[in-house]
Design a protein around this ligand. Structure first.
Ligand code: GSH
Length: 215
Protein backbone atom coordinates (compact mmCIF):
# COMPACT_ATOMS: atom_id res chain seq x y z
CA UNK A 1 0.00 0.00 0.00
CA UNK A 2 1.49 3.31 -1.12
CA UNK A 3 -0.06 6.62 -0.17
CA UNK A 4 1.01 10.08 -1.23
CA UNK A 5 0.14 13.11 0.86
CA UNK A 6 -0.05 15.65 -1.89
CA UNK A 7 -1.45 18.99 -3.02
CA UNK A 8 -2.49 19.07 -6.66
CA UNK A 9 -0.49 22.22 -7.51
CA UNK A 10 2.54 21.34 -5.40
CA UNK A 11 5.45 20.87 -7.76
CA UNK A 12 7.35 18.74 -5.25
CA UNK A 13 4.32 16.40 -5.04
CA UNK A 14 4.05 16.47 -8.85
CA UNK A 15 7.66 15.18 -9.10
CA UNK A 16 6.79 12.17 -6.96
CA UNK A 17 3.55 11.49 -8.85
CA UNK A 18 5.49 11.37 -12.13
CA UNK A 19 8.10 9.02 -10.66
CA UNK A 20 5.50 6.66 -9.19
CA UNK A 21 3.69 6.57 -12.53
CA UNK A 22 6.88 5.99 -14.53
CA UNK A 23 7.72 3.09 -12.26
CA UNK A 24 4.22 1.67 -12.50
CA UNK A 25 3.61 1.97 -8.77
CA UNK A 26 -0.03 2.55 -7.99
CA UNK A 27 -0.79 4.85 -5.08
CA UNK A 28 -3.61 6.50 -3.19
CA UNK A 29 -3.66 10.23 -2.72
CA UNK A 30 -4.43 11.97 0.55
CA UNK A 31 -4.92 15.63 -0.37
CA UNK A 32 -3.37 18.22 1.93
CA UNK A 33 -4.84 21.60 1.01
CA UNK A 34 -2.11 24.20 1.48
CA UNK A 35 -4.57 27.10 1.76
CA UNK A 36 -7.76 25.79 3.40
CA UNK A 37 -8.09 26.14 7.19
CA UNK A 38 -4.95 28.31 7.23
CA UNK A 39 -3.11 25.45 5.53
CA UNK A 40 -3.79 21.79 6.27
CA UNK A 41 -0.01 21.21 6.30
CA UNK A 42 -0.03 22.85 9.75
CA UNK A 43 -2.73 20.63 11.23
CA UNK A 44 -1.43 18.15 13.81
CA UNK A 45 -2.44 15.11 11.73
CA UNK A 46 -0.03 16.16 9.00
CA UNK A 47 2.68 18.02 10.89
CA UNK A 48 3.25 14.91 12.99
CA UNK A 49 4.17 13.14 9.75
CA UNK A 50 6.38 16.00 8.60
CA UNK A 51 7.27 18.62 11.22
CA UNK A 52 8.45 20.89 8.37
CA UNK A 53 4.78 21.09 7.30
CA UNK A 54 5.64 20.53 3.64
CA UNK A 55 4.18 18.13 1.08
CA UNK A 56 4.85 15.58 -0.26
CA UNK A 57 5.00 12.76 2.26
CA UNK A 58 5.08 9.23 0.90
CA UNK A 59 3.74 6.46 3.11
CA UNK A 60 5.19 3.11 2.09
CA UNK A 61 5.28 -0.11 4.05
CA UNK A 62 4.45 1.68 7.27
CA UNK A 63 7.19 4.30 6.86
CA UNK A 64 6.79 7.99 6.06
CA UNK A 65 9.26 9.56 3.69
CA UNK A 66 9.78 13.27 3.12
CA UNK A 67 11.73 15.40 0.62
CA UNK A 68 10.75 14.68 -2.97
CA UNK A 69 14.27 13.97 -4.23
CA UNK A 70 14.95 11.58 -1.36
CA UNK A 71 11.65 9.90 -2.22
CA UNK A 72 12.69 9.63 -5.88
CA UNK A 73 16.01 8.08 -4.82
CA UNK A 74 14.12 5.65 -2.55
CA UNK A 75 11.77 4.64 -5.38
CA UNK A 76 14.79 4.15 -7.62
CA UNK A 77 16.38 1.79 -5.10
CA UNK A 78 13.20 -0.12 -4.34
CA UNK A 79 11.89 -0.28 -7.91
CA UNK A 80 14.97 -0.05 -10.13
CA UNK A 81 13.21 -0.41 -13.50
CA UNK A 82 12.63 1.69 -15.45
CA UNK A 83 15.56 3.64 -14.08
CA UNK A 84 15.28 7.34 -13.32
CA UNK A 85 19.05 7.46 -12.83
CA UNK A 86 20.43 5.49 -15.75
CA UNK A 87 24.00 5.38 -16.98
CA UNK A 88 27.43 5.60 -15.41
CA UNK A 89 28.44 7.61 -12.36
CA UNK A 90 29.12 10.69 -14.45
CA UNK A 91 25.72 10.58 -16.13
CA UNK A 92 23.95 10.00 -12.84
CA UNK A 93 25.77 13.00 -11.36
CA UNK A 94 24.56 15.03 -14.34
CA UNK A 95 20.94 13.94 -13.80
CA UNK A 96 21.15 14.75 -10.10
CA UNK A 97 22.73 18.14 -10.80
CA UNK A 98 19.91 19.13 -13.18
CA UNK A 99 17.36 17.95 -10.61
CA UNK A 100 19.02 20.00 -7.87
CA UNK A 101 19.28 23.05 -10.16
CA UNK A 102 15.49 23.03 -10.10
CA UNK A 103 14.68 21.64 -6.66
CA UNK A 104 17.25 23.71 -4.72
CA UNK A 105 17.94 26.80 -6.81
CA UNK A 106 14.56 27.69 -8.33
CA UNK A 107 11.68 26.10 -6.46
CA UNK A 108 12.35 27.03 -2.79
CA UNK A 109 12.49 30.77 -3.54
CA UNK A 110 8.94 30.66 -4.85
CA UNK A 111 7.46 28.34 -2.27
CA UNK A 112 4.19 29.38 -0.68
CA UNK A 113 5.68 30.16 2.74
CA UNK A 114 8.36 32.35 1.17
CA UNK A 115 5.77 34.25 -0.86
CA UNK A 116 3.62 34.64 2.25
CA UNK A 117 6.57 36.04 4.19
CA UNK A 118 7.32 38.52 1.40
CA UNK A 119 3.70 39.70 1.45
CA UNK A 120 2.78 39.64 5.12
CA UNK A 121 6.09 40.35 6.89
CA UNK A 122 7.92 42.44 4.32
CA UNK A 123 4.90 44.22 2.81
CA UNK A 124 5.65 43.31 -0.80
CA UNK A 125 2.69 44.06 -3.11
CA UNK A 126 1.27 41.66 -5.73
CA UNK A 127 3.25 43.16 -8.65
CA UNK A 128 6.51 42.93 -6.71
CA UNK A 129 5.66 39.38 -5.72
CA UNK A 130 5.06 38.47 -9.37
CA UNK A 131 8.42 40.08 -10.29
CA UNK A 132 10.12 38.02 -7.58
CA UNK A 133 8.61 34.76 -8.79
CA UNK A 134 9.43 35.45 -12.42
CA UNK A 135 12.95 36.63 -11.62
CA UNK A 136 14.01 33.37 -9.97
CA UNK A 137 12.36 31.16 -12.56
CA UNK A 138 13.92 33.11 -15.43
CA UNK A 139 17.37 33.06 -13.83
CA UNK A 140 17.20 29.29 -13.42
CA UNK A 141 15.60 28.57 -16.79
CA UNK A 142 18.14 30.73 -18.70
CA UNK A 143 20.97 28.67 -17.24
CA UNK A 144 19.15 25.37 -17.84
CA UNK A 145 18.41 26.35 -21.44
CA UNK A 146 22.09 27.15 -22.09
CA UNK A 147 23.23 23.93 -20.42
CA UNK A 148 20.73 21.63 -22.09
CA UNK A 149 20.90 23.21 -25.56
CA UNK A 150 24.66 22.58 -25.63
CA UNK A 151 24.57 19.14 -24.07
CA UNK A 152 25.36 16.22 -26.38
CA UNK A 153 23.85 13.83 -23.80
CA UNK A 154 20.44 15.45 -24.21
CA UNK A 155 17.94 13.41 -26.22
CA UNK A 156 14.18 13.72 -26.32
CA UNK A 157 14.50 14.22 -22.56
CA UNK A 158 16.94 16.12 -20.35
CA UNK A 159 19.44 13.26 -20.50
CA UNK A 160 18.98 10.67 -23.22
CA UNK A 161 15.80 9.28 -24.74
CA UNK A 162 14.11 8.02 -21.60
CA UNK A 163 12.73 10.22 -18.83
CA UNK A 164 14.92 10.60 -15.76
CA UNK A 165 14.77 12.27 -12.37
CA UNK A 166 15.68 15.54 -14.10
CA UNK A 167 12.50 15.42 -16.17
CA UNK A 168 10.48 14.63 -13.03
CA UNK A 169 11.75 17.96 -11.69
CA UNK A 170 11.64 20.02 -14.87
CA UNK A 171 8.03 19.43 -15.88
CA UNK A 172 6.45 20.60 -12.59
CA UNK A 173 8.65 23.70 -12.67
CA UNK A 174 7.52 24.40 -16.26
CA UNK A 175 3.93 24.09 -15.04
CA UNK A 176 4.69 26.61 -12.29
CA UNK A 177 6.35 28.96 -14.74
CA UNK A 178 3.30 28.95 -17.01
CA UNK A 179 1.03 29.45 -14.01
CA UNK A 180 3.01 32.54 -13.09
CA UNK A 181 2.94 33.78 -16.70
CA UNK A 182 6.65 33.50 -17.41
CA UNK A 183 7.36 34.06 -21.12
CA UNK A 184 8.57 30.64 -22.30
CA UNK A 185 9.77 31.75 -25.76
CA UNK A 186 13.44 32.03 -24.65
CA UNK A 187 13.49 28.35 -23.65
CA UNK A 188 12.91 26.29 -26.82
CA UNK A 189 14.98 23.36 -25.57
CA UNK A 190 13.04 23.19 -22.31
CA UNK A 191 9.77 23.37 -24.24
CA UNK A 192 10.82 20.53 -26.58
CA UNK A 193 11.61 18.35 -23.55
CA UNK A 194 8.31 19.37 -21.97
CA UNK A 195 6.43 18.29 -25.12
CA UNK A 196 8.18 14.91 -25.12
CA UNK A 197 7.37 14.35 -21.45
CA UNK A 198 3.78 15.47 -21.69
CA UNK A 199 3.18 13.01 -24.51
CA UNK A 200 3.65 10.18 -21.97
CA UNK A 201 0.73 8.90 -19.85
CA UNK A 202 2.92 8.89 -16.71
CA UNK A 203 3.30 12.66 -16.99
CA UNK A 204 -0.29 13.26 -18.13
CA UNK A 205 -1.73 11.36 -15.17
CA UNK A 206 0.52 13.25 -12.74
CA UNK A 207 -0.66 16.66 -14.02
CA UNK A 208 -2.28 18.87 -11.35
CA UNK A 209 -5.55 19.01 -13.28
CA UNK A 210 -5.86 15.22 -13.07
CA UNK A 211 -5.61 15.04 -9.28
CA UNK A 212 -8.57 14.27 -7.02
CA UNK A 213 -8.12 17.57 -5.19
CA UNK A 214 -7.86 19.70 -8.35
CA UNK A 215 -9.86 22.86 -7.78
N1 GSH B 1 12.35 20.36 -0.72
C1 GSH B 1 11.01 19.90 -0.48
C2 GSH B 1 10.07 21.03 -0.79
C3 GSH B 1 8.66 20.71 -0.35
C4 GSH B 1 7.79 21.94 -0.53
O1 GSH B 1 8.27 23.06 -0.61
N2 GSH B 1 6.47 21.71 -0.62
C5 GSH B 1 5.57 22.83 -0.79
C6 GSH B 1 4.62 22.58 -1.95
S1 GSH B 1 5.52 22.42 -3.48
C7 GSH B 1 4.76 23.03 0.46
O2 GSH B 1 4.35 22.08 1.08
N3 GSH B 1 4.54 24.29 0.85
C8 GSH B 1 3.76 24.60 2.00
C9 GSH B 1 4.09 25.97 2.53
O3 GSH B 1 4.91 26.68 1.96
O4 GSH B 1 3.49 26.30 3.57
C10 GSH B 1 10.71 18.69 -1.34
O5 GSH B 1 11.31 18.58 -2.42
O6 GSH B 1 9.90 17.82 -0.96
Amino acid sequence: MTTLYSYFRSSASYRVRIALNLKGQGFDTIPVHLLNQGGEQFLPGFSQLNPHSLVPVLAHEGQHLTQSLAILEYLEERFPMPSLLPGDALQRARIRALSLDIACEIHPLNNLRVLRYLKHQLGVDDDQKADWIQHWIKLGFCALEIQLAADTRRGHFCVGDMPTMADCCLIPQMFNARRFEVDMAPYPTLMAIEAACNALPAFQQAHPAQQPDAA
